[in-house]
Design a protein around this ligand. Sequence first.
Ligand code: UT7
Length: 315
Amino acid sequence: MRIIGTGSALPKKVVENADLERFLDTSDEWIVTRTGIRSRHVISDERLEDLGRDAAQKALADAGLAPGDIDLFICSNVVNEYMTPGLGCIIAAAVGLQCPSMDINCACPGFIYALDIADSYFRAGKVRNVLVVCAEEPTRMTSWQDRATCVLFGDGAGAAVLTEGEGVRSIRISARPDPEKIWQFRPLEPTPFVTKTEVGLPLQMNGREVFRFAVTASIEDIQAVLAKEGLTVGDVDYFLIHQANLRIVEGIRQRLGVPEEKFPCNIQDHGNSSSASCPILLDEYKRKGLFKKGDKLVFSAFGAGLLTAAALVEW
Ligand code: UT7
């Protein structure tokens, strides 16, 4: 399969670090030095499905396809206002899709997990065109009193249209199950029969351990997808890394020994938008004209689960 269209959509409200200083014991200096983030887009009066719809429609227009051309829709999402149906069905209705729709909750590597699922459908000859939308509102998961988490996140949606062809050359998805490093608990409706204690908690994260894990796992994944194709780090034109923390991206870049210009970033004005991060990064730099035909792009993402994934794409 190959990528023939991309799109993205962001909430209109931009929250600067200075806005956070007004109600949190934090500073622009701490946030910029420790994360690279200066501002982020945050859901206010929008609904997440509207961002997902806009990103999908832009990707379809970019691909020159109509909703009726899509044979499979995969939506990557961690949290949204609906318990059911899946966010994918809500977005599918808004876009006018008629094909099967499935939702995955694979946290930050969700875009690459979706590519892997789509790849299997293409290889089985079941589809001609697939739409992937990653729509995320992690700012609804954190406590806005918890300075160690809320400053990190931003909301948004990114989309890609895939069609038959040669482009996505190798993908690796992996898991090192360890739910206690990043988790959130949301109690269900009470019943007359439930006797256990259920307490809702905002996002809990062991930042330092996730940081270390992210750098090591990403390097391993990148080297594995390259090795599968007999390539080395030097053959890659651009590395599109999940925008979780500029220091994580820098750590990966320095250990791989790659120059800065091969690591496009947008975390400075987005923060971490979970699985939407990679497709938003792809769409923004594609629209800036960064990628030329034949360029080799490597995606790498890591997050809750703990899940990680990487993909090698020839543009
Ligand atoms: O998508 C994947 C999910 N998550 C991640 O990728 C997150 C990975 N981890 C990280 O990005 C970093 O670990 C953080 C940005 C979360 C934290 O950076 P750090 O350099 O690991 O800082 P730390 O947690 O070791 O905290 C250092 C200090 C602490 O104070 P003390 O104990 O040294 O007095 C924190 O309380 O910084 C304090 N601190 C803050 N200070 C000002 C934590 N958050 C803030 C804040 N403003 N927002």
